[in-house]
Design a protein around this ligand. Structure first.
Ligand code: NAD
Length: 503
């Protein structure tokens, strides 16, 4: 932490105003390819955090009654503004996070799809009606907003994941307090500014910055009704317990160890291309990255081809053309990845491809690591048990599909998985038996589009309902059931009814 100086500062968004924090606690935002300090982000004071929640609470009084069409048109305008600013948003994202420019555009685009979905809120937030449930009686449901909701986001998708959260929360009539990752909040802030430009009224979206204190405030504050968290299992479990204890509705999407299975009948060239992209793209910093590969039977002989394919990937700064892998987000992330690789070697895994310390001309200070592949990995090794969150692929060998399925189902995480095969019967068996939230059949990163919900099994998710899709409408609304009868003035009143039955 250091004191603010002449560097640009990231602002808070409170009550529709971009506010300079009065805090004494600041953190540098560093370009991971160059170590240039881009800006400083404040750790908001308690008074600032409370002001953000108070402004959201005040704005809720009118926003909750704003007509659907008005809400919908704001998101129509917002998606247009995001499209118009795509290049600018991607450039900010690459500078602070490191991923390549095309991948940064993909990050924004996957969020943009949720904004487009939010524009269709008129068809999503519909209740149900049953006519004549008793004589002259109808029953219907209203999906009403909860109040102030909050989101806590990770560093690896600083555009997509905030856009998973606030558009659908706001479209359903809630107001929102967002706490982005303190490592790369600049693109998130630009998206918040564009939301204001699109017509989100003052106080409906607020942004605070910080670390553990801001997260704990969100968990504890009595005026926050629901919390959406995406990040590591360690922090997510803490958020789930603390916010649930405080009586809030909570969804936590957390860590992963995603396995890909190759059966010997898979299309070799296509499969290897897909796998290498899914394991090493975004420098392995995707919650849906394939970080474990299980070669079944004769597919075990594919390892040299996999290594050869991984060697062709180009490591460079994300702004350079034809880059496959940019740097990892921070020096400390790089150190952690190196130390896990050392543990892998010490524990007996074979380093089939060592990507440590690649030479990147012009970016000698960057946090680079090239594709790294371990073979002969076992379930007991640290490199298998821990989420490495870097371009490190663990290869395991088994004799049958059922053995591979058992291995995956025994892993504590259940975020994503993929099977590569030409056999429909094997694919169907896999789909039925596997206990993982997102399942790909010859699709390496099976992230659902916004009409479906992102999900997760076992240790990868806490809470019943996922972000975006149909489930998130349930998450951000309270169902109210109305049972209604109107008396006909001309009808003679019946006897006093002491039973609970309506007839
Ligand atoms: P992280 O858990 O370190 O940080 C997430 C958020 O929690 C940030 O806003 C951070 O400021 C806050 N935080 C950090 N330490 C905290 C603490 N001690 N107390 C309270 N709050 C704290 O995660 P990250 O490193 O930013 O992101 C990578 C992780 O996110 C990986 O584990 C990845 O698998 C996971 N992830 C999961 C999904 C999913 O949908 N399942 C999606 C993206 C990322």
């Amino acid at each position: 932490m250091s004191q603010p100086n002449t560097l640009p500062t990231v602002k808070l968004l409170i009550g529709g105003e971009l506010v300079e924090s009065t805090t004494r606690e600041w953190r540098d935002i560093v370009n991971p390819a160059t170590q240039e300090i881009l800006a400083r982000v404040p750790f908001a004071t308690e008074a600032e955090m409370n002001a953000a929640v108070a402004s959201a609470k005040e704005a809720f009084k009118t926003w909750r009654k704003t007509p659907i069409g008005v809400r919908s048109r704001i998101f129509l305008k917002y998606q247009q503004l995001i499209r118009e600013h795509m290049k600018e948003l991607a450039a900010i994202l690459t500078a602070e996070q490191g991923k390549t420019l095309p991948d940064a555009e993909g990050d924004v685009f996957r969020g943009l799809e949720v904004v487009e979905h939010a524009a269709g809120i008129g068809n999503l937030q519909l209740g149900e009606l049953a006519n004549n449930v008793a004589t002259g009686v109808d029953t219907y449901t209203l999906l009403q907003p909860l109040g102030v909701c909050a989101g806590i986001t990770p560093f690896n998708f600083p555009a997509m994941i905030p856009l998973w959260m606030f558009p659908m929360a706001i479209a359903t009539g809630n107001t929102f307090v967002l706490k982005p990752s303190e490592q790369d909040p600049m693109v998130t802030m630009r998206l918040a500014e564009l939301a204001m430009e699109a017509g989100v009224p003052p106080g409906v979206l607020n942004v605070i910055h910080g670390g553990a204190d801001a997260v704990n405030m969100i968990c504890d504050h009595p005026d926050i009704k629901a919390v959406s968290f995406v990040g590591s299992t360690r922090v997510g479990t803490h958020v789930y317990n603390r916010a649930s204890q405080a009586g809030k509705r909570v969804q936590c999407m957390m860590g992963a160890k995603n396995h890909g299975i190759i059966l010997p009948d898979a299309h070799k060239e296509q499969t290897l291309n897909n796998l290498v992209g899914a394991a090493f793209g975004a420098a392995g910093q995707r919650c849906m990255a394939l970080s474990v590969l299980i070669l079944v039977g004769e597919a075990q002989s594919w390892l040299p081809d996999l290594v050869a394919k991984a060697k062709t990937l180009k490591v460079n700064a994300g702004v350079e053309d034809a880059t496959d892998l940019g740097p990892v987000v921070s020096c400390s992330a790089l150190e952690r990845i190196h130390s896990l690789i050392e543990r892998g070697v010490a524990e007996g895994a074979e380093l089939a491809l060592d990507g440590r310390k690649p030479q990147v001309a012009g970016y000698e200070k960057g946090n680079f690591i090239a594709p790294t592949i371990f073979s002969g990995v076992t379930a007991e090794m640290s490199i298998y048990r821990e989420e490495i969150f870097g371009p490190v692929l663990c290869v395991m060998q088994v004799d049958s599909l059922d053995e591979a399925i058992a291995l995956i189902n025994a892993n504590p995480n259940g975020n994503g998985t993929a099977l590569f095969t030409r056999s429909g019967a094997a694919a169907r068996h896999f789909q039925e038996e596997i206990d993982v939230g997102q399942v790909g059949i010859n699709v390496p990163i099976p992230v659902p589009v916004p009409m479906f919900s992102f999900t997760g099994s076992r240790g990868s998710k806490l809470g019943d309902l996922g972000p975006y899709g149909k489930q998130v409408v349930q998450f951000y609304t309270q169902t109210k059931t109305v049972i209604q009868r109107w008396f006909d003035e001309n009808e003679v009143g019946g006897p006093v009814n002491t039973t609970i039955n309506l007839k």
